[in-house]
Design a protein around this ligand. Structure first.
Ligand code: SD4
Length: 336
Protein backbone atom coordinates (compact mmCIF):
# COMPACT_ATOMS: atom_id res chain seq x y z
CA UNK A 1 0.00 0.00 0.00
CA UNK A 2 2.75 2.36 1.00
CA UNK A 3 4.78 1.40 -2.02
CA UNK A 4 1.78 2.01 -4.24
CA UNK A 5 1.19 5.41 -2.67
CA UNK A 6 4.82 6.32 -3.23
CA UNK A 7 4.54 5.16 -6.84
CA UNK A 8 1.43 7.29 -7.38
CA UNK A 9 3.12 10.30 -5.81
CA UNK A 10 6.11 9.89 -8.07
CA UNK A 11 3.82 9.38 -11.04
CA UNK A 12 2.14 12.69 -10.39
CA UNK A 13 5.55 14.35 -10.47
CA UNK A 14 6.24 12.85 -13.86
CA UNK A 15 8.87 10.56 -12.37
CA UNK A 16 9.19 6.83 -12.16
CA UNK A 17 10.96 4.84 -9.51
CA UNK A 18 13.35 3.87 -12.30
CA UNK A 19 14.35 7.45 -13.07
CA UNK A 20 15.15 7.98 -9.41
CA UNK A 21 17.81 5.29 -9.43
CA UNK A 22 20.37 7.76 -10.65
CA UNK A 23 20.11 9.71 -7.39
CA UNK A 24 22.43 8.55 -4.72
CA UNK A 25 20.53 8.01 -1.52
CA UNK A 26 22.90 9.39 1.11
CA UNK A 27 23.42 7.33 4.28
CA UNK A 28 21.07 8.20 7.13
CA UNK A 29 22.39 9.97 10.19
CA UNK A 30 20.69 11.28 13.30
CA UNK A 31 21.55 13.81 14.50
CA UNK A 32 23.01 15.57 11.49
CA UNK A 33 23.74 19.15 10.45
CA UNK A 34 24.63 20.43 6.99
CA UNK A 35 25.49 23.92 5.80
CA UNK A 36 26.48 25.82 2.69
CA UNK A 37 30.00 26.49 1.45
CA UNK A 38 33.31 25.90 3.20
CA UNK A 39 32.51 28.28 6.05
CA UNK A 40 30.02 25.57 6.96
CA UNK A 41 32.78 23.42 8.44
CA UNK A 42 33.37 25.82 11.34
CA UNK A 43 29.68 26.59 11.70
CA UNK A 44 28.84 22.88 11.83
CA UNK A 45 31.25 22.40 14.73
CA UNK A 46 29.25 24.81 16.89
CA UNK A 47 25.96 23.29 15.78
CA UNK A 48 27.28 19.78 16.44
CA UNK A 49 28.08 20.64 20.07
CA UNK A 50 24.39 21.34 20.59
CA UNK A 51 23.24 18.22 18.74
CA UNK A 52 25.78 15.93 20.39
CA UNK A 53 24.51 17.02 23.80
CA UNK A 54 20.97 16.07 22.78
CA UNK A 55 19.96 19.70 22.14
CA UNK A 56 17.33 21.08 19.79
CA UNK A 57 17.98 21.47 16.08
CA UNK A 58 16.71 25.04 16.47
CA UNK A 59 19.49 25.93 18.92
CA UNK A 60 22.02 24.14 16.75
CA UNK A 61 21.19 26.09 13.60
CA UNK A 62 21.24 29.41 15.46
CA UNK A 63 24.53 28.79 17.23
CA UNK A 64 26.10 27.31 14.13
CA UNK A 65 25.61 30.29 11.86
CA UNK A 66 26.49 32.76 14.63
CA UNK A 67 30.08 31.56 14.21
CA UNK A 68 30.04 32.70 10.59
CA UNK A 69 28.29 35.98 11.40
CA UNK A 70 31.03 36.79 13.89
CA UNK A 71 33.90 35.88 11.59
CA UNK A 72 35.58 38.83 9.94
CA UNK A 73 37.32 36.58 7.45
CA UNK A 74 34.04 35.54 5.92
CA UNK A 75 31.64 37.64 3.91
CA UNK A 76 28.67 36.98 6.18
CA UNK A 77 27.73 39.51 8.86
CA UNK A 78 29.13 42.95 9.56
CA UNK A 79 32.53 42.19 8.04
CA UNK A 80 30.89 41.69 4.65
CA UNK A 81 30.77 43.84 1.57
CA UNK A 82 28.46 46.84 1.63
CA UNK A 83 25.72 47.90 -0.73
CA UNK A 84 26.57 50.39 -3.48
CA UNK A 85 26.11 53.28 -1.02
CA UNK A 86 28.68 51.80 1.35
CA UNK A 87 26.39 50.33 4.02
CA UNK A 88 26.41 46.69 5.14
CA UNK A 89 22.81 45.49 5.29
CA UNK A 90 21.95 42.05 6.61
CA UNK A 91 19.16 39.52 6.05
CA UNK A 92 18.45 36.40 8.13
CA UNK A 93 15.77 33.83 8.84
CA UNK A 94 15.14 30.90 11.14
CA UNK A 95 12.43 28.22 11.27
CA UNK A 96 11.65 25.44 13.73
CA UNK A 97 9.79 22.14 13.69
CA UNK A 98 6.40 23.71 14.46
CA UNK A 99 6.26 26.09 11.46
CA UNK A 100 7.35 28.90 13.76
CA UNK A 101 9.53 31.26 11.82
CA UNK A 102 11.13 34.67 12.08
CA UNK A 103 13.21 36.89 9.89
CA UNK A 104 14.89 40.25 9.54
CA UNK A 105 15.88 42.09 6.41
CA UNK A 106 17.79 45.25 5.52
CA UNK A 107 19.14 45.29 9.07
CA UNK A 108 22.18 47.45 9.83
CA UNK A 109 24.82 47.49 12.58
CA UNK A 110 23.70 44.39 14.45
CA UNK A 111 26.23 41.59 14.80
CA UNK A 112 23.88 38.60 14.97
CA UNK A 113 20.87 39.04 12.70
CA UNK A 114 20.05 35.33 13.12
CA UNK A 115 19.38 35.87 16.82
CA UNK A 116 17.22 38.90 16.08
CA UNK A 117 15.27 36.72 13.63
CA UNK A 118 14.78 34.19 16.41
CA UNK A 119 13.49 36.91 18.73
CA UNK A 120 11.07 38.04 16.03
CA UNK A 121 9.83 34.44 15.92
CA UNK A 122 9.59 34.04 19.67
CA UNK A 123 8.71 37.47 20.99
CA UNK A 124 6.48 39.09 18.40
CA UNK A 125 3.24 38.20 16.64
CA UNK A 126 5.05 38.78 13.32
CA UNK A 127 7.31 36.80 11.02
CA UNK A 128 9.40 39.55 9.49
CA UNK A 129 10.82 42.92 10.54
CA UNK A 130 12.88 45.12 8.24
CA UNK A 131 15.22 48.10 8.24
CA UNK A 132 14.97 50.70 11.00
CA UNK A 133 12.10 48.81 12.64
CA UNK A 134 14.15 45.62 12.83
CA UNK A 135 17.07 47.55 14.30
CA UNK A 136 14.82 49.28 16.84
CA UNK A 137 13.43 45.90 17.89
CA UNK A 138 16.95 44.46 18.19
CA UNK A 139 18.00 47.32 20.47
CA UNK A 140 14.88 46.88 22.59
CA UNK A 141 15.83 43.24 22.93
CA UNK A 142 19.27 44.18 24.25
CA UNK A 143 21.37 43.76 21.12
CA UNK A 144 24.22 46.27 20.76
CA UNK A 145 24.49 48.84 18.04
CA UNK A 146 27.84 48.20 16.38
CA UNK A 147 29.93 50.97 14.78
CA UNK A 148 29.04 51.86 11.20
CA UNK A 149 32.45 50.96 9.77
CA UNK A 150 33.47 48.58 7.06
CA UNK A 151 35.92 45.76 7.72
CA UNK A 152 39.35 46.29 6.18
CA UNK A 153 38.68 43.79 3.37
CA UNK A 154 35.28 45.24 2.64
CA UNK A 155 36.66 48.78 2.59
CA UNK A 156 39.27 47.73 0.05
CA UNK A 157 36.78 45.85 -2.08
CA UNK A 158 34.36 48.77 -2.00
CA UNK A 159 37.01 51.27 -3.05
CA UNK A 160 37.91 49.06 -5.96
CA UNK A 161 34.31 48.57 -6.88
CA UNK A 162 33.72 52.32 -6.88
CA UNK A 163 36.25 52.75 -9.69
CA UNK A 164 33.78 51.24 -12.14
CA UNK A 165 30.63 51.02 -10.01
CA UNK A 166 29.48 48.13 -12.13
CA UNK A 167 27.06 45.63 -10.71
CA UNK A 168 28.33 42.34 -12.09
CA UNK A 169 27.70 39.21 -10.00
CA UNK A 170 30.49 36.68 -10.26
CA UNK A 171 29.56 33.05 -9.95
CA UNK A 172 30.68 31.26 -6.79
CA UNK A 173 32.20 34.26 -5.05
CA UNK A 174 30.12 33.18 -2.17
CA UNK A 175 31.97 32.70 1.01
CA UNK A 176 35.44 33.08 2.41
CA UNK A 177 37.49 35.81 0.83
CA UNK A 178 40.55 33.68 1.29
CA UNK A 179 39.34 30.49 -0.31
CA UNK A 180 38.68 31.10 -3.91
CA UNK A 181 40.17 27.95 -5.37
CA UNK A 182 37.03 26.96 -7.21
CA UNK A 183 36.27 30.37 -8.64
CA UNK A 184 36.18 29.97 -12.40
CA UNK A 185 37.43 33.44 -13.24
CA UNK A 186 40.46 35.16 -11.93
CA UNK A 187 39.29 37.22 -9.02
CA UNK A 188 39.75 40.94 -9.27
CA UNK A 189 39.43 43.17 -6.26
CA UNK A 190 35.94 44.41 -5.78
CA UNK A 191 34.24 41.49 -7.43
CA UNK A 192 32.94 39.82 -4.26
CA UNK A 193 29.43 38.78 -4.67
CA UNK A 194 27.11 36.42 -2.73
CA UNK A 195 27.73 36.06 0.96
CA UNK A 196 25.62 33.60 2.84
CA UNK A 197 25.50 30.67 5.16
CA UNK A 198 22.47 28.41 5.26
CA UNK A 199 22.15 25.50 7.69
CA UNK A 200 19.62 22.73 8.31
CA UNK A 201 19.72 20.13 11.08
CA UNK A 202 17.94 17.07 12.42
CA UNK A 203 18.21 16.48 16.16
CA UNK A 204 18.11 13.36 18.32
CA UNK A 205 14.42 13.80 18.94
CA UNK A 206 13.84 13.64 15.18
CA UNK A 207 12.99 17.33 14.75
CA UNK A 208 14.22 19.52 11.92
CA UNK A 209 15.09 23.24 11.87
CA UNK A 210 16.93 25.66 9.61
CA UNK A 211 18.66 29.03 9.49
CA UNK A 212 20.05 31.36 6.89
CA UNK A 213 22.04 34.58 7.27
CA UNK A 214 23.62 36.85 4.71
CA UNK A 215 24.88 40.26 3.76
CA UNK A 216 23.23 39.63 0.41
CA UNK A 217 24.97 40.44 -2.79
CA UNK A 218 27.90 42.80 -2.56
CA UNK A 219 27.27 46.26 -4.02
CA UNK A 220 23.56 45.62 -4.35
CA UNK A 221 21.13 48.53 -4.61
CA UNK A 222 20.32 50.13 -1.29
CA UNK A 223 17.24 48.44 0.14
CA UNK A 224 17.63 45.26 -1.89
CA UNK A 225 16.44 42.17 -0.06
CA UNK A 226 17.28 38.69 -1.27
CA UNK A 227 15.77 35.27 -0.74
CA UNK A 228 17.47 34.48 2.57
CA UNK A 229 14.99 36.21 4.92
CA UNK A 230 11.97 35.11 2.89
CA UNK A 231 10.41 32.00 4.37
CA UNK A 232 9.72 29.54 1.57
CA UNK A 233 12.34 31.09 -0.72
CA UNK A 234 15.70 31.01 1.08
CA UNK A 235 14.59 28.67 3.86
CA UNK A 236 11.78 26.25 4.58
CA UNK A 237 11.18 23.59 7.20
CA UNK A 238 8.36 21.09 7.41
CA UNK A 239 8.86 18.65 10.22
CA UNK A 240 6.94 15.93 8.38
CA UNK A 241 9.23 16.08 5.36
CA UNK A 242 12.51 17.87 6.02
CA UNK A 243 14.26 21.19 5.53
CA UNK A 244 15.98 23.06 2.73
CA UNK A 245 18.02 26.23 2.35
CA UNK A 246 19.23 28.13 -0.70
CA UNK A 247 22.29 30.08 -1.68
CA UNK A 248 23.21 32.04 -4.78
CA UNK A 249 21.27 34.55 -6.84
CA UNK A 250 18.38 35.32 -4.50
CA UNK A 251 16.08 36.84 -7.11
CA UNK A 252 15.94 33.52 -8.94
CA UNK A 253 15.31 31.57 -5.75
CA UNK A 254 12.39 33.85 -4.85
CA UNK A 255 10.84 33.35 -8.30
CA UNK A 256 10.26 29.65 -7.66
CA UNK A 257 9.77 29.77 -3.86
CA UNK A 258 12.85 27.55 -3.95
CA UNK A 259 13.25 26.11 -0.45
CA UNK A 260 9.54 25.39 -0.17
CA UNK A 261 9.66 23.69 -3.55
CA UNK A 262 12.48 21.42 -2.43
CA UNK A 263 10.71 20.47 0.82
CA UNK A 264 7.44 19.83 -0.97
CA UNK A 265 9.21 17.55 -3.46
CA UNK A 266 10.71 15.61 -0.55
CA UNK A 267 7.25 15.30 0.95
CA UNK A 268 6.14 13.74 -2.29
CA UNK A 269 8.80 11.08 -2.04
CA UNK A 270 11.96 12.46 -3.62
CA UNK A 271 15.33 12.13 -1.92
CA UNK A 272 16.97 15.41 -0.81
CA UNK A 273 19.31 15.36 -3.79
CA UNK A 274 16.56 14.58 -6.28
CA UNK A 275 14.37 17.33 -4.81
CA UNK A 276 17.20 19.88 -4.99
CA UNK A 277 17.87 18.86 -8.58
CA UNK A 278 14.23 19.31 -9.63
CA UNK A 279 14.18 22.81 -8.13
CA UNK A 280 17.41 23.70 -9.92
CA UNK A 281 15.98 22.38 -13.19
CA UNK A 282 12.96 24.60 -12.70
CA UNK A 283 15.16 27.68 -12.34
CA UNK A 284 17.31 26.75 -15.32
CA UNK A 285 14.24 26.24 -17.47
CA UNK A 286 12.89 29.66 -16.52
CA UNK A 287 16.24 31.40 -17.08
CA UNK A 288 16.93 29.76 -20.45
CA UNK A 289 20.18 31.07 -21.94
CA UNK A 290 20.80 33.27 -18.93
CA UNK A 291 21.09 30.28 -16.57
CA UNK A 292 24.79 30.02 -17.39
CA UNK A 293 25.37 33.46 -15.88
CA UNK A 294 24.04 32.68 -12.43
CA UNK A 295 24.65 30.31 -9.56
CA UNK A 296 21.91 28.92 -7.34
CA UNK A 297 22.27 25.93 -5.05
CA UNK A 298 20.05 24.13 -2.58
CA UNK A 299 20.92 21.82 0.28
CA UNK A 300 18.38 19.66 2.07
CA UNK A 301 17.85 16.99 4.69
CA UNK A 302 14.85 14.77 5.23
CA UNK A 303 13.33 13.28 8.35
CA UNK A 304 15.34 10.10 7.93
CA UNK A 305 18.60 12.01 8.15
CA UNK A 306 19.50 11.76 4.47
CA UNK A 307 21.08 14.80 2.91
CA UNK A 308 21.63 16.14 -0.58
CA UNK A 309 22.43 19.20 -2.67
CA UNK A 310 22.30 20.45 -6.24
CA UNK A 311 23.61 23.55 -7.98
CA UNK A 312 23.29 25.19 -11.36
CA UNK A 313 27.04 25.49 -11.83
CA UNK A 314 30.13 23.66 -10.80
CA UNK A 315 31.88 24.99 -7.71
CA UNK A 316 29.29 24.76 -4.98
CA UNK A 317 30.15 22.71 -1.91
CA UNK A 318 28.52 22.04 1.42
CA UNK A 319 29.61 20.80 4.81
CA UNK A 320 28.04 17.68 6.32
CA UNK A 321 28.51 16.82 10.00
CA UNK A 322 27.24 13.83 11.97
CA UNK A 323 30.07 13.27 14.45
CA UNK A 324 33.10 14.86 16.11
CA UNK A 325 35.31 13.34 13.45
CA UNK A 326 32.71 13.40 10.68
CA UNK A 327 32.51 16.96 9.37
CA UNK A 328 33.32 17.01 5.68
CA UNK A 329 33.08 19.35 2.75
CA UNK A 330 31.30 17.68 -0.18
CA UNK A 331 31.18 18.87 -3.77
CA UNK A 332 27.65 19.33 -4.96
CA UNK A 333 26.43 17.89 -8.23
CA UNK A 334 25.50 20.53 -10.79
CA UNK A 335 23.37 20.86 -13.87
CA UNK A 336 25.34 22.84 -16.45
C1 SD4 B 1 21.05 36.68 -1.69
N1 SD4 B 1 21.02 34.29 -1.66
O1 SD4 B 1 21.00 37.66 -0.98
C2 SD4 B 1 21.69 35.44 -1.15
C3 SD4 B 1 23.15 35.49 -1.51
C4 SD4 B 1 23.90 34.21 -1.32
O2 SD4 B 1 25.96 33.18 -1.13
O3 SD4 B 1 23.38 33.16 -1.20
N2 SD4 B 1 25.20 34.27 -1.30
O4 SD4 B 1 20.64 36.67 -2.84
Amino acid sequence: MLARRRFLQLGSLGLSAFSLKSFAQSPMHKPIVISTWDAGIEANKAAWKVLRAGGRALDAVEQGVMVTEASQSCCVGLGANPDRDGHVTLDASIMDEHFNCGSVAFLERIKHPISVARRVMEKTPHVMLVGAGAQQFALEQGFQLEPAVLSKDAEKAYRNWLKKSEYKPVINIENSRKQTAFVPNKLENGEWNHDTIGMVALDNAGNVSGSCTTSGMGFKMRGRVGDSPIIGAGLFVDNEAGAAVATGQGEDVIRVAGAHLVVELMRQGLSPEAACKKAIERIVKIKGNKAKDIQVAFIAINKRGEHGAYAIQKGFNYAVCYGDAANNLLDSKFLI
